[in-house]
Design a protein around this ligand. Structure first.
Ligand SMILES: Nc1ncnc2c1ncn2[C@@H]1O[C@H](COP(=O)(O)OP(=O)(O)OP(=O)(O)O)[C@@H](O)[C@H]1O
Ligand SMILES: [Mg+2]
Length: 355
């Protein structure tokens, strides 16, 4: 029922404009993959080529080991859910969900059986007779998912299916989606520009920018070891400090323009004189009140925000403005605007990025 997907050198040009540039991805049977990237990065373009809605300019797509680029959409056995659920307004929930089976000429009793089964899965059994206008956003979305699942596709494609929902429902539905996936095990490719969604849901994340695949890895890899500055900045709140590598007493150090130093040890491929960018995640920074301006990373609290579960501080470490986020139970409540603080972090959490 579920199949792996092989994307080989896939490209799409619109005239001289390159919307997707030589993308290679090997997706395992049953994996939950997220395509993550800013607006215009080529996410929908890639999904549409997988679905058969857009023809590639170059490259190949294999599903279950067979090339599908010559196959029309209805022969690809792909379930599709779009941002706007595109439900038929005049049909009931059951009618909408059964539609793909009707199109495939499945007999009525069999349609009824499978519709019931899939409605149970998305917990909409009691809503079968309602029309889309009589449903909440989340229920409409589950109807669209049920319709995509009912013919047991070998691959599920979801293009920002949660973007029309309010924040609370989005939170709920994102875990629902993962739960459904874990129950059915269909290979799933999910599109979002929300990094929290990507991190929470995916077995692996593919980061796209400007039509290029920037990095393809587990949530942990993408978050902890971003390959580029773009990814480091896109995945949550990261302070980036440009520096030059120098030799210190105990190993290499990175020194910024103002002479502030960060010990970086002896990473592979990093040598004296190299320009690098250091990424320090906001949540990796600890703050301690300090009454003297010592060497190293001290600064003045410029702003303090209470975010409920954490505090967010903007620390003036001229010429840098450093963002620190400390979870509320661990925060020193006394720290206030204008205070002098010392900044520390676990050296293992430092990200060494190309300049
Ligand atoms: N039919 C088309 N003709 C010309 N350019 C197109 C066409 N479709 C898409 N593009 C361009 O290709 C690029 C990628 O578009 P795509 O829709 O894949 O982006 P996306 O990553 O899905 O963005 P969003 O997050 O805004 O949905 C964009 O710059 C877009 O303007
Ligand atoms: Mg899109």
């Amino acid at each position: 029922m579920s199949d792996g997907v092989e994307i080989v050198g896939l490209s799409k040009n619109y005239g001289a404009f390159v919307a997707l540039n030589d993308v290679n991805m090997s997706i395992r049977n049953g994996e939950f993959i997220t395509l993550l990237g800013p607006s215009g990065s080529g996410k929908t373009t890639l999904l549409q080529m997988l679905a058969g809605l857009t023809a590639p300019s170059g490259g190949d797509i294999l599903i279950g080991g067979k090339s599908v680029v010559a196959l029309p959409i209805e022969k690809r056995e792909i379930g599709l859910v779009f941002q706007s659920y595109a439900l038929f307004p005049h049909m009931t929930v059951a009618g909408n969900v059964g539609y793909p089976l009707k199109m495939r000429g499945v007999a009525r009793p069999e349609i009824a059986r499978r519709v019931n089964e899939v409605l149970e899965l998305v917990e909409l059994t009691n809503f079968a007779k309602r029309r889309p206008a009589e449903l909440s956003g989340g229920q409409q979305q589950r109807t669209a998912i049920a319709r995509a699942l009912v013919f047991e596709p070998s691959v599920m494609l979801l293009d920002e299916p949660l973007s029309a929902l309010d924040r609370r429902l989005r939170e709920h539905m994102k875990f629902e989606l993962r739960r459904l996936h874990d129950m059915i095990g269909t290979t799933t490719i999910f599109v979002t520009h929300d990094q929290d969604e990507a991190l929470a849901l995916s077995d692996r994340i593919a980061v796209l920018d400007g039509g290029k695949l920037q990095q393809f890895g587990t949530a942990d890899e993408i978050y902890r070891q971003p390959k580029t500055r773009f990814i480091a900045e896109f995945m949550g709140e990261t302070n980036i400090i440009d520096a030059t590598v120098r030799r210190g007493d105990t190993g290499l150090i990175a020194e910024d323009d103002g002479g502030r130093q960060i010990v970086i040890g002896q990473p592979d491929g990093i040598n004296e004189g190299m320009k690098v960018a250091l990424g320090i995640r906001a949540e990796q920074i600890s703050l301690k009140r300090s009454n003297l301006a010592v060497d190293g990373w001290t600064g003045t609290i410029k702003n303090k925000f209470f975010l409920g579960n954490s505090y967010r501080y903007i620390v003036d470490c001229a010429p840098h403005s450093i963002v620190a986020q400390v979870s509320a139970p661990h925060a020193d409540e006394q720290i206030a605007t204008g205070d002098l603080v010392a900044l520390t972090w676990d050296p293992a959490s430092l990200q060494l990025l190309p300049a």
